[in-house]
Design a protein around this ligand. Structure first.
Ligand SMILES: [Zn+2]
Length: 462
């Protein structure tokens, strides 16, 4: 009888992808990292670890058994994320290869350790309680159990605080690894996921690995890292270089048999890959051209509307209005040198900067050259971030800046009214809801809230 191998309660999967090529991962439901191993003349080369040394030690044994040898010589990281590099130490006897920005990304991830541990400290007991409360035949049980097993593994890794094992050999743009009968071509593709993404092309097997940068089909409803295709503020990118490498790889269509993403539950077709390359190319060329023609930020959103301009991507994994908007804003920022006023205001208020600093950003609107771009939606959601975190005074400061910037916006005054009410300032809140209703008599919700505050005010009056 076949005994299914398990690690920490998670089933181990082995998939043969060709002669001397295996893909291994754990779990049936969770979006765990897929490790791919190639048997070559110069030893076994492994792409990515799962992030849990416990799991990676076991997977290393599975790989050796499957390939019938154990001469591991090289490990390649597709990017910096802990769920791809956290098990690197298991391959400390090998050369570890990655982009030159992997080490910095790993260190930044580790710096987040206290916050993540705090999250596990409440999240894990909550999951345990939720699991215990479910009937034994609940269909969501298997997936929740795996989530919990993975969370526990990740927490234990963080608690152990083992030293990081960053790449020992790095590169900037391209690198070919000569493994005798097999060569691996590594290409920088950073910018749409992390700063340190690379693609790994193995012509001998017709395999192209794209890490976590993209996927156009999800096998489970937990896509994890693969869920967003975004250029983010704060993530370093070099789009000319990214496009040069992606477009070169797209031209290798006839040599690509199989595209592999960084997680087992995300698949990628050649067409999905090419469409994403085309999307970044269209924006990288198109946005600066539109701006040179005098386009405003608002008109960019019309010109590059996701549904109209990229209909084949609008419904595809990784794309939605939000992700697309973030990418457009980042390209606007790169082209104009302007940064988000909402982000700046949020940071100032968050760190307790005085009113003057806030007023300075508000007053800079309309100045040339402009340092900031202003987006109503961002200002509003930044205020709600404070409000949802229970920081009503900060929310008031944020919404006040929003209302100062958009004095004709009923929504700004409605939001400010809500935040003032949360601070206990009923009179101030009433004034803002009245203003909002004056600007938009159709604001039904505002009318209801206003009536409620007034009646409560009367009720509690002595
Ligand atoms: Zn990732």
């Amino acid at each position: 009888m076949l005994r299914r191998l398990q690690v920490a309660g998670l089933p181990v999967h082995v998939q043969k992808l060709g002669e001397g090529v295996v893909r291994v991962w754990v779990g049936d439901h969770i979006s765990s990292t897929a490790t791919v191993a190639f048997a070559t003349q110069k030893g076994i080369l492994v792409v990515d670890t799962t992030g849990n040394p416990l799991v990676d030690r076991e997977l290393r044994r599975v790989i050796a058994r499957e390939l019938g040898r154990d001469d591991f010589t090289m490990l390649v990281n597709t990017h910096e994320h802990a769920d791809h590099t956290g098990g690197n130490a298991v391959y400390a006897d090998c050369e570890i290869v990655g982009h030159e920005l992997v080490a910095a990304g790993m260190a930044a991830g580790r710096a987040d350790r206290p916050r993540v541990l705090e999250w596990y400290a409440t999240g894990i007991p909550e999951s345990e309680a939720r699991l215990a409360a479910l009937p034994a035949d609940d269909p969501s049980l298997p997936s929740l159990r795996e989530d919990l097993a993975l969370d526990r593994l990740n927490r234990d890794v963080l608690l152990s605080d083992a030293p990081l094992a960053p790449p020992t050999r790095t590169f900037t743009d391209r690198l070919t690894l000569d493994m005798g009968d097999t060569s691996l071509e590594l290409y920088y593709t950073g910018g749409m996921h992390t700063a340190s993404d690379i693609a790994v092309f193995v012509p001998r097997h017709g395999i192209l690995m794209t890490g976590d940068t993209m996927s156009d089909r999800w096998l489970t409803d937990t896509p994890g890292c693969l869920a967003s295709f975004i250029a983010r503020p704060g993530v370093r990118h070099d789009f000319p270089r990214l496009l040069k490498n992606w477009e070169y790889l797209a031209q290798q269509k006839d040599r690509i048999r199989l595209l592999l993403t960084g997680h087992w539950n995300g698949e990628l077709s050649y067409d999905g890959f090419a469409a994403r390359v085309g999307y970044v190319r269209a924006l990288w060329d198109g946005v600066p051209a539109e701006i040179a023609r005098g386009a405003s930020l608002e008109s960019l959103f019309v010109t590059f509307a996701l549904d109209a301009r990229f209909p084949e991507l609008a419904q595809s994994p990784g794309f939605n209005r939000n992700n697309h908007a973030m990418t457009l804003l980042e390209l606007w920022s790169v082209t104009t040198g302007q940064t988000s006023a909402a982000d700046r205001l949020y940071a100032l208020i968050d760190e307790g900067a005085g009113e003057d600093a806030v007023r300075e950003v508000v007053a800079s609107r309309g100045a040339t050259p402009a340092s900031y771009f202003f987006m109503e939606g961002q200002l509003n959601s930044s205020g709600y971030r404070f409000l949802q975190a229970g920081r009503a005074p900060q929310a008031v400061a944020m919404f006040r800046a929003y209302a100062d910037l958009y004095p004709e916006s009923w929504n700004a005054h409605d939001s400010l009214g809500e935040a003032l009410l949360a601070t206990g300032d009923s009179a101030g809140s009433i004034a803002m809801y009245e203003k909002s209703l004056e600007l938009n008599p159709e604001n039904v919700n505002g009318r209801e809230v206003l009536a409620r505050i007034r009646s409560e005010g009367t009720a509690s009056a002595p």
